[in-house]
Design a protein around this ligand. Sequence first.
Ligand SMILES: Cc1cc2nc3c(=O)[nH]c(=O)nc-3n(C[C@H](O)[C@H](O)[C@H](O)COP(=O)(O)OP(=O)(O)OC[C@H]3O[C@@H](n4cnc5c(N)ncnc54)[C@H](O)[C@@H]3O)c2cc1C
Length: 561
Amino acid sequence: MKEVYDIVIVGGGTNSLSIAGYLGKCGLSVCIIEGRGECGGGVENTEPMPGCKIDPHATYLYGGAAPAFEQLELHKFGFRMVHFNVMGGGVTSDGNGHLAGGRNEEALLRATRKLSEKDLNTMQQMATTFGDPANLAELLRSIYWTPPPPPNIELPVEDLPWAKVFRKQEHPLYDDSWNYMSTMELLDSLLDSEQMKVSSAMATWYNGPHPNWRGTAIPGYCCNALVGYSSGKPRGGMHSLAHALVRCAMHYGAKIYTNSYVEEIIVEDREAKGVILADNATAKSRKIYADKAILSNTHVQPTFLDLVPERELEAGFIERVKGINLKGGSLFVLSLVTREMPKYKGDAEEMFSDGIYPSCTWINLDSREAMYNMERVVYSLNTHPSRKEDMIISFINHDVYDKACQTPEGYHVFSPLYLQVPPPEYHRDGPTAVNDAKWDIVEVMLEKIREVAPNLTDDKIVAKFVNTPYDSSLRNMGFVGGNWMGISQEEEQWYEQKPLPELSRYRTPIKNLYLCNHTSYPGGLALQAVSYNLMHILIEDLKLQPGEWWYPSPHFIPSDA
Ligand SMILES: Cc1cc2nc3c(=O)[nH]c(=O)nc-3n(C[C@H](O)[C@H](O)[C@H](O)COP(=O)(O)OP(=O)(O)OC[C@H]3O[C@@H](n4cnc5c(N)ncnc54)[C@H](O)[C@@H]3O)c2cc1C
């Protein structure tokens, strides 16, 4: 007996699980085949010491504005958020504290005391869009939860969905010149405070287009709004999102196999028919077939270079897939278990007191120099930062907020501390160079941290765990390069060119094979955005008729437009 479903999905990450919920809700039979022991992909938690949960990859849930939360009713499947009262902050090397993105009024007061009149004015004006959740959701959905236009349509920059939303909302600061600026140029035009600029630019760099890249000021700056919209994480850690999505997918009938690695996508005459599993897979059949479509939830490169038989693809296409740039976005992840919270020097200690504690503290926010140094070392010299002058570190702690993640009394977990490094494939000293140097890198990071939090001496640090990009790609078969955004977020690979122009609407040269991984637009982050966007395409191609629960993006341009 052939094992056949309407839809077969290779991989069980968040984009796979959420599209399985969507398609199951449309009445289709769906089978998810995950190579690892558990679904969730990059939203994973581990507990290397009893009671101390760390995040080897993703740590923040930015998807608050995702339609999937409403459309799949994830709260019914146990999804709960923990909101942070202060999302971000930072410290300069002389202990000058900075707070940003607070829900807490006292925190806001402390933050604004340090701002100039211009900064205050900008913040107030920005609040017309960013302060109203409905406006903000509309803006964010125009950026992340909207498929790029069809390949034959080139939108003038003023007609890009986010520019239209700014205009529609009559944003008091907006003018069309924003569409040609970089995030850094926009920040320079709006603000005085170098600390606000650097912390916003870092949030952009770690969550979207590079802050110096012209033409991406709005999506770049809006990364900060994405972070601020729900400012939190799932209760119990990132992996709780995967649990809610698994429950949802199963509720709508999805079958899920784990420990079942897909070795090949069966393609006949350029049409995807099914998948072949590894010998040791735990699924009941070695071959599983799809009547309607196969969705690849793994990285675009292994999809075409390993899974689809070479004979079914044009040689030129294979070369272009090989040429997809992975640079940027590979993170060195340090987790610390300490006996104390940091006691910052200068006014930072007072700013971060009485329950006001930024969930992410950027060390150091002196000026943009360290950011540029880090960029030069990682992007141009293709090596890892080895001097503290070349580092800005995100110092993240969640256990103060989430009881479900609380560590044993007397201990604290700081996880993850992110630092940019090159993807293993591009490191000038070879793919294992960062792994070989990891404890040296940790020592320099600690030196940098102690500059502002001198109490975190060796005797206060109980354990250190490292996850390098190389480790990430070993843990998760789809994390080529250990890159949080899958592939480089650069001009030639952005928006309607992501990951390649002919793949930008999630369709592929193989009939019935679609991409459903963060290497497609809008890219990395557990936003359930690729799955929502792909739904628009599958509704067209499979003639689906979702119920009233479904609403498309108002900016979606149908393929036959
Ligand atoms: C260091 C780091 C930090 C990050 N921080 C954040 C953050 O704070 N917030 C955030 O939102 N995002 C963050 N991200 C990004 C986020 O983790 C990813 O964007 C997200 O996990 C992508 O989901 P996905 O479903 O597209 O793919 P994945 O999560 O990669 O899932 C793909 C799944 O497919 C499986 N698979 C692959 N190949 C096969 C095969 N051949 N057969 C069977 N199964 C297969 C894999 O095992 C995996 O489970 C971070 C990523 C990294 C690396």
